[in-house]
Design a protein around this ligand. Sequence first.
Ligand code: XMP
Ligand code: MG
Length: 187
Amino acid sequence: MDREVLIAREIIQERVRELGVRISSDYRGEEPVIVGILNGAVFFFADLVRYITIPVRIDFIRARSYGAQMCSSGKVEITKDVEIDVKGSPVILVEDIVDTGLTLKAVVHHVKDMGAASCAICALIDKKERRELEISIDYLGFSVETGFIVGYGLDYNERYRYLNDICLLKPEQCGGRGGGILNDHRL
Ligand code: XMP
Ligand code: MG
């Protein structure tokens, strides 16, 4: 097998449900715009939104970072923009994984420029090993120390996204960057 299960589907679902409950309570009386960052966040986004019990609007944004294949290169381009007018509305960005932090920093900056009243971050995985920028994650699923993660939307060269579990790719499958350690992922 080229991978091992790091976080099983039942644990993912329970954690995503908890995040949905927290968001519903924190935003009671408001109608936040939940913005999924394509493509990695799609399954997380779809599950999360269905666990939220208050009215929301949904949209997507897509960002591409140049250069590297498995991480951000530093230069981030928005290749599909949010289409809802978020001016004056609270926004919650939904991201699959925060690695260096460069992608999220650029997207948060962009959403604030659009006039959002606030911009919270909801991330499935916080991978701290290579963080370059300080990012404050408001709603976090799991924390992973190191390694290359696939499944539940996360890919390696566009493969593995369809897996229901979050898996760790064996080092030989991804240029020696496997071998991850799961932190105290139940925060
Ligand atoms: P930043 O800008 O925080 O970007 O470095 C995060 C983006 O980098 C990719 N990435 C990963 N994708 N498994 C993946 O499937 C990983 O372990 C991983 N680490 C970084 C991903 O595109 C994410 O949006
Ligand atoms: Mg991504």
